[in-house]
Design a protein around this ligand. Structure first.
Ligand SMILES: Nc1ncnc2c1ncn2[C@@H]1O[C@H](COP(=O)(O)OP(=O)(O)O)[C@@H](O)[C@H]1O
Ligand SMILES: [Mg+2]
Length: 393
């Protein structure tokens, strides 16, 4: 039995979506193989554990949650990974063998949490630090995709301070692109702070809005005759599997936060289920050639970033010219994209098993490599004298 700590929540605009994804997954994990230990990070960065965190209703009253769950830290203690209670009397609440982060957005999905897990050495599911960080930054992705010859839209990017210092210069640079353009904060998700501009006035307004959210801003050309399709990739660089392709349907110009997470109330009803509730068509209505193109680009992007676990890669297609652009990669997609695997015969619980098995391989791959040396270079170091002749570079 693997003691599996499922980490979710965190200080992110996608906090609630993460709770939904995690509760869904915790209820699908095979109880014969895993002891599931929920680890919930509140918006103010406190970590809690307790069985009631497997139940979505627990999150309706945060005061009650805090009273009935244990406030803990995860750390390495004498060869064990433990959740230890905080406060004066410390006790070990749980042992953990492996962590399954089901987190969305900044501070958690973006390599920050993964970095902590790496630093204490615990095995974990999903992409490692670099792949997670790049996947959360739309500008890094553009550079890597462009460098790998993957098709992307024309773009420019800038820092908020560059705009504040000389907005005219930035606008001039942007206007080398063709209107309409779309303005995006580099590291947010869920369409937060994103807007389309058809002219300079709209551009200025959109930039000023986006700057509130991020210090790096991306501006790219809008894909006309837009069709959006997504595909999921499972595995790691050694073994990759491709899911069914979905077509995302929306009445609005943009797929907004509401489309994605609240769902189209007319069609979907009450509960929000992350990406699983946006209106979608599975399989996507595309011909064989486009499908193969999407599959090929997706596997190349996955490998280029050295992603792991399950990702969802989103594409923009110009229906008229049949031109495919890779838009972004999500290192921990909403609902873990399970609904793209079920149509090809992979049950959600099998998908979770595959992710965990991949994590075990990743961990072995990592621990097979040399990370430190026996010799201690500090042994010959004699206080401040040792530094005397070293020059600062
Ligand atoms: N270049 C583009 N052309 C047309 N529509 C776009 C473009 N980029 C994004 N969009 C629209 O905006 C939505 C959100 O943008 P996206 O880059 O996916 O950010 P998010 O991280 O918020 O999902 C997309 O799903 C798509 O509908
Ligand atoms: Mg998107």
């Amino acid at each position: 039995m693997i003691k599996l700590g499922v980490i979710f929540g965190g200080e992110s605009v996608e906090h609630e979506v993460s709770i939904i994804s995690a509760v869904q997954a915790m209820n699908k994990l095979d109880a014969e193989k895993y002891e599931v230990i929920p680890i919930y990070i509140t918006k103010d960065r406190e970590w809690y554990t307790g069985d009631s965190l497997k139940d979505i209703e627990t999150y309706q009253d945060l005061d009650l949650l805090k009273r009935y769950c244990s406030n803990v830290v995860l750390y390495f203690k004498k060869g064990r990974y433990v959740l230890q209670s905080k406060g004066f009397f410390k006790r070990i609440v749980k042992d953990i063998d492996m962590v399954f982060p089901i987190v969305h957005g900044t501070n958690v999905e973006d390599g920050v949490l993964q970095g902590y897990l790496r630093s204490i050495g615990i095995p974990f599911v999903g992409s490692d630090v670099a792949a997670s960080a790049v996947s959360q930054d739309k500008i890094f992705q553009k550079h890597i995709f462009a460098n790998s010859g993957l098709p992307i839209t024309n773009f420019i990017w800038f820092f908020d301070s560059e705009y504040n210092d000389d907005s005219n210069a930035i606008i001039k640079k942007i206007e080398k692109l063709k209107y309409p353009v779309i303005i995006k904060p580099a590291t947010l998700g869920s369409s937060v702070g994103i807007a389309v501009a058809n002219n300079r006035d709209e551009l200025v307004k959109a930039i000023e809005d986006a700057i509130v959210y991020d210090n790096k801003i991306l501006v790219e050309e809008v894909v006309e005759n837009l069709m959006e399709v997504n595909i999921s990739v499972l595995g790691n660089y050694q073994n990759m599997y491709l899911s069914e392709i979905e077509q995302v349907m929306t009445d609005n110009d943009l797929l907004t936060f509401e489309d994605k997470y609240i769902g189209n109330s007319k069609k979907v009803g009450t509960s929000s289920k992350g990406m699983a509730s946006a209106s979608r068509k599975i399989p996507a209505d595309i011909d064989k050639k486009l499908r193969e193109e999407v599959e090929d680009i997706a596997s190349r992007a996955f490998k280029e970033l050295n992603s792991s676990g399950v990702v969802r890669i989103d594409f923009l297609i110009d229906k008229k010219n049949k031109k495919v652009y890779i838009n972004e990669i999500n290192s921990c997609p909403g609902s873990l994209a399970f609904y793209l695997w079920e149509p090809i015969g992979k049950k959600y619980s099998e998908l979770l098993d595959d992710m965990i098995n991949t994590a075990i391989k990743d961990y072995k791959n990592r621990t097979n490599k040399i990370h430190s040396f026996e010799s201690n270079i500090l042994r010959g170091f004699s206080g401040s004298k040792g530094l005397k002749n070293t020059k600062l570079k």
